[in-house]
Design a protein around this ligand. Sequence first.
Ligand code: FE2
Length: 352
Amino acid sequence: MAIMGVESVIFGVDDVDKCSRFWRDFGLVDLGSDERTGTFEVSSGSQVVVMRDDDPRLPPRSIEGNGIRLTVWGVDTAANLESLVRGLETVVEVIRDDQGAAFFKAPDGQHVGLRVWQKRAVVSVADPVNTPGSIKRLNQTRQWRRRAIPKTINHVVFFSPDYVGSYEFYRDHLGFRYSDHSKGVGIFARADGTYEHHSIFWVNSDLPFAPDGHGFMHIAFGLDDIDEVMIGANIMEKRGWRNTSVNSSGGISRHRLSSAIYYYVDNPNGGEAEYHADTDYLDDNWVPRAWSFKFAALMWAARIPPMFAGDDIPWEVDFDADERSFEAFRKGRSNPHQAELDQMTNDDEHAI
Ligand SMILES: [Fe+2]
């Protein structure tokens, strides 16, 4: 069976007009908007749908304020979707629509859907990169871009009151693969039909800046490179979309875990929207790792929070194919990093 990634997300929002304008400025293709609904698309065919938060088509509210109310994963074939549904029906109630899509509520509170999806191939060309000792682009400029054009929805991020349990549900019932564990902070996992480092990340809702229980944190879109990320960032700033929330405050940054370059923008649809480039791509030969969260967080950032900036951060990471690192972080156990995690402030959120 193969889940090919996020087929669509549906945001419940208080201001459809403003939230739709945000996605147009962000670079998504507008498939049609009115005062109650906006529908947008990226190159892969994944869609972002914006609905009034009282729209009866939305699932019951499980988060505070604006945010993703439903995440629909795209399945490659109808037979594979039926196979997933048979397994899910043993543990949760599954509702079907008349096109065969399946919907359920995960134990951590997320509303989730499955739909057969023909993911479109993405056309994307990387510029060769020069270094002082390795000339890959001779007598050739880099591409000149007018704007950012998001190609894919790379991942969605939710707060979870039991991030180990959230991952295990997706592993056992949706075939997700364990990518990495930032110990005490959260688990990254990949849908089995994708190569992006992670399709979903569950963040520990015990962190000082997290909401109580289930919540939406951000959604990330794949771009070609750092140029496209920063052209998008410049356009968003010029159009009045600011970076004032804690998760957006670091500016352009690169994680060590996943290697990804990222830039968050405050999102009126809820949480943040992320421009994302040059992430690690994985297949089933990847060996998952368990990381010290301070080492995992950042390679560099425009504005690095003090907690992640020290020269004394140990290079601490272990292979973790057997998921041995999970045990100490299960719900109800006392988190061995709790004292350090309690020192986190709102300024640290953008680094994780
Ligand atoms: Fe992200």
